[in-house]
Design a protein around this ligand. Structure first.
Ligand code: ADP
Ligand code: MG
Length: 242
């Protein structure tokens, strides 16, 4: 099949979930996850999925370099750990080389491969994480944290029960011990607080994604969302179905 453009605004969110269930999948693949986010107004990079290196030339005429290539496989959860992410590719040749190298790696060879996601690089910024999970008593919860070691090592995260208000979203950011990083510590540009608050409301607010799909989504993980001084772009998305 030819490369499929991520047909973002037109996809009906519930259909993405039904399609995954029809294939007996317990999670949405990355492209479906990003389509779901986009249908709630969250920014995602422009992307295409190809089956192999032979489809790259056509795909690259529709995307703006530099791009990232990522393995798409229901068997690979942590793509970087499997050698399945290559960022900063500047040409179709670099993309093909990256795909061929991935296809030849033992860990990827052993997995079921859906294809390779080629996506535009998000503008540089601060990496944050937005997550969601379902508490058996309280229902959907939304989480925010700063990316990298802040979440993984320091566990500097903040949770609220959904639906959250704008004030809740602001307070969630104030709760983070590393909040100063967002304001542009160490000579970095500030990350747009407004863009993060907006994304948190789209995920955890009254008509947000987690409330709307509370019966279907067990866990949500946007890791990372890259926040520049004027935008917040979800560059990785994982949704585990109930
Ligand atoms: P995984 O978490 O499965 O290893 P990701 O999709 O999160 O894979 O990609 C790994 C890292 O590559 C991200 O944390 C981010 O730093 C970078 N990255 C991924 N996609 C993009 C993108 N579109 N633009 C910029 N950086 C990206
Ligand atoms: Mg990730």
């Amino acid at each position: 099949m030819f490369a499929v453009m991520n047909d973002i605004p037109k996809m009906i969110p519930q259909k993405l979930i039904e399609a995954a269930r029809a294939q007996q999948r317990s999670a949405l693949d990355e492209q479906a996850g990003k389509s779901l986010l986009a249908s709630y107004g969250i920014s995602v990079p422009q992307s295409l999925t190809v089956k192999n290196a032979g489809e790259v030339d056509a795909a690259m005429t529709k995307l703006r370099a530099p791009v990232v290539v990522k393995i798409m496989s229901p068997d690979i959860l942590h793509k970087s750990d499997a050698g399945g992410v290559k960022v900063g590719l500047k040409s179709a040749t670099e993309v093909k080389d990256a795909i061929n190298a991935m296809a030849a790696s033992p860990q990827i060879k052993a997995a079921r491969i859906d294809g390779y996601l080629i996506e535009e690089m998000a503008p540089a910024g601060q990496e944050i994480v937005i997550g969601g999970l379902r508490d058996p008593y309280f229902g959907p919860l939304v989480m925010v944290g700063l990316g990298g070691i802040f979440v993984e090592v320091l566990r500097d995260v903040s949770f609220r029960i959904c639906p959250i208000t704008r004030l809740d979203a602001e307070e969630m950011l104030d709760d983070l011990k590393g909040a100063a990083v967002l304001a542009g510590a160490r000579g970095r540009k500030p990350a747009s607080r407004a863009a993060i608050v907006d994304a948190l409301l789209k995920v955890g607010g009254e008509n947000g994604l987690l409330m709307t799909h509370a019966d279907d989504i067990a866990e949500a993980d946007i890791n990372p969302m890259i926040v520049s001084d004027n935008a917040a772009v979800a560059v990785d998305a994982r949704f585990i179905l109930k």
